[in-house]
Design a protein. Structure first.
Length: 317
């Protein structure tokens, strides 16, 4: 690369004193050196601030901030605040327990500059800490494009796997009201707008860590509701000429997410979102409401297997 633009790495953090050190070490070991790392604390009550300040004292590229009260609590509020403070030409949102491989920034930026792209997407290796297993990322190939492949789950992507041109993000913010599927809702908007301006890198450039403390491992009524809201937003923003298989796949994802409310007996969430199946396909939705609504009553009274619920998936295949 002939010039070295500044990359802003933004990390939301909450009670990660025992984990974030490895993440910051991996950033410090990057082969590309012109970066700033903004760690935005979302209200930690452990020693996170002490750990981060030790890094900041040794390397001024690390910067510690507390999320401003004008942003909602949660990862998205911290990410949006970090984005406002950032000074870089490129944005790398990262997680406080993931690990960059040494050439992540260099490779992703090089591909963006070489192809005049708005973003680059790489692969990742998945490390399941509790099982001590590492799943190596496998190559991906676009079939319908970034947007349709992503919302139908053919394409694997999350914020740490993406490097963005800051110019492409100027009109985009993460939805701070969502507690789950925030990245899905954000990326479906972003990919829809910049579908023709991305580059896919079939190389694993980071290690994503999953463990009992991972945010993605928790289910609660509010989080299930947020995941359903994200899918409703996605459905409402689908272009009118979207293929039928795309609409059916989004509907199927909705039903599979609703299944979590079904199996965890989250009665209020289940019934509140069951009727919204009508938004996808009206007549199929009527059948689903009648079948799943009655089935839910039955499983609460008698020991009918939850597997009966999955029969409705056949309607959307």
């Amino acid at each position: 690369m002939q010039h070295y633009p500044l990359i802003s790495i933004i990390i939301p953090v909450y009670n990660r004193a025992h984990l974030i050190g490895e993440t910051l070490d991996s950033i410090q070991e990057q082969s590309y050196h012109n970066w700033e790392c903004l760690i935005v604390d979302d209200g930690s009550t452990d020693d996170t601030v002490t750990v981060v300040e030790q890094y900041a004292k040794k390397d001024s590229r690390f910067q510690y901030y507390k999320r401003a009260d004008t942003y909602l609590p949660g990862g998205n509020g911290a990410r949006n605040y970090g984005f406002r403070l950032s000074k870089g030409d490129y944005i790398q949102w990262f997680d406080s327990d993931d690990v960059m491989y040494p050439n992540l920034l260099e490779v992703q930026l090089e591909q963006i500059l070489k192809n005049h792209s708005a973003f680059s997407l790489c692969l990742y290796d998945l490390y399941r800490k509790d099982e001590d297993t590492l799943i190596i990322g496998t190559p991906q190939y676009l079939q319908e494009g970034f947007y349709y492949d992503y919302i139908t789950r053919r394409l694997q992507a999350n914020l740490p796997t993406l490097l963005f041109s800051k110019k492409a993000l100027k009109d985009s913010v993460l939805n701070e009201a969502l507690l789950k599927s925030q990245e899905y809702e954000f990326l479906q908007r972003f990919f829809r707008k910049y579908e023709q301006e991305g580059i896919l890198i079939n190389t694993s450039l980071l290690r994503v860590v999953r463990h009992k403390e991972s945010i993605t491992e928790f289910h609660s009524p509010k989080k299930i509701a947020s995941a359903l809201d994200a899918l409703l937003i996605t459905e409402s923003e689908l272009p009118k000429d979207s293929p039928l298989f795309v609409r059916q796949e989004v509907a199927l994802q909705y039903l599979k997410t609703l299944y979590l409310a079904f199996t965890h007996r989250m009665t209020a969430v289940f019934y509140r979102y069951l009727w919204r199946v009508l938004y996808f396909q009206f007549f199929k939705g009527l059948y689903v409401i009648c079948y799943a609504g009655l089935l839910y009553l039955m499983v609460k009274i008698v020991s009918t297997g939850d597997w009966h619920y999955k029969k409705i998936y056949d309607l959307y295949h």
